[in-house]
Design a protein around this ligand. Structure first.
Ligand SMILES: [Zn+2]
Length: 60
């Protein structure tokens, strides 16, 4: 199960894919592009990309 980051094209680490099967971004890009949800990281208790994925799943 190999997936590449939609932004930088780097392979996404399998630990990340196991934790976030829906993610399309590597950790670096998720943090770089997920600054809008960064502030909620601690209160939500998950990393920004997980939060975004959840939001995306709810919207679509
Ligand atoms: Zn990336």
């Amino acid at each position: 199960m190999k997936r590449r980051c939609e932004i930088c094209g780097q392979p996404i680490p399998k630990e990340r894919l196991e934790a976030l099967p829906e993610t399309k971004r590597c950790v670096t890009c998720a943090e770089r592009n997920g600054s809008d949800v960064h502030g909620k990281r601690s209160e939500v208790g998950m990393d920004p990309d997980t939060y975004r994925d959840l939001l995306g799943a709810t919207r679509s």
